[in-house]
Design a protein around this ligand. Sequence first.
Ligand SMILES: Cc1cc2nc3c(=O)[nH]c(=O)nc-3n(C[C@H](O)[C@H](O)[C@H](O)COP(=O)(O)O)c2cc1C
Length: 220
Amino acid sequence: MSTISKQQVLDAFHFRSACRYYDPSKKIPKEDMDYILELARLSPSSVGSEPWKFLVIQNPALREKIHPVAWGIKHPVQEASHLVIILAKRNARYDSEFFRVSLQKRGLTAEQMEATLARYQTFQRDDIKILESDRTLFDWCSKQTYIALANMMTGAALIGIDSCPIEGFNYDAVNQILTEEGLLDPQEYGVSCMVTFGYRAKEITQKYRKPAEETISWIE
Ligand SMILES: Cc1cc2nc3c(=O)[nH]c(=O)nc-3n(C[C@H](O)[C@H](O)[C@H](O)COP(=O)(O)O)c2cc1C
């Protein structure tokens, strides 16, 4: 594998800032967007669950429907080159079809499948305790989607593309819009977060971060 320098990676992290002003005249080439979506697809997830879907919302009318309930999108909604809505799986219980089908695809025997699901049961019920409610189970899947979100934004920054993660919206309203559009089966998936991509229209002010001493502890 060829590598890039630490400085190049750090430069990309400094470059990546929440972009609130996109240049509407600049569109991300299809191959660059495919690259960003591939980074999402390749992202790791707990027990390899991949409990996500990525909706690339390029339809102007649908964007207009979403914008009034998405106060976190600060710019005119058509200005972002691309808007991606990330969905998270609902009811990803250890014994669901979702897990059975995914394990089958990986070629597990019936015996291996039962052993794996039993392990997932202990994990979900006793260790990470996410079987307590539909919400805890959904939030566990949402957590996985944020790994994909971060990878997309970092990978975009590495090739000079701007982004902004978006949690500022009414979740019920966006779920309803997507359901009405036939883009979402609310029994199966729910909105986890959104992210816009494009090219900044103006320089972004210096980012603020807490000093390393406040956030990192070495225990030796
Ligand atoms: C999960 C998440 C949700 C966010 N939601 C919004 C949002 O709805 N609207 C917005 O303008 N910025 C949003 N932000 C951007 C943050 O405000 C921003 O990342 C933070 O202030 C740090 O600034 P920086 O990203 O420029 O370094 C969100 C960030 C994260 C990580």
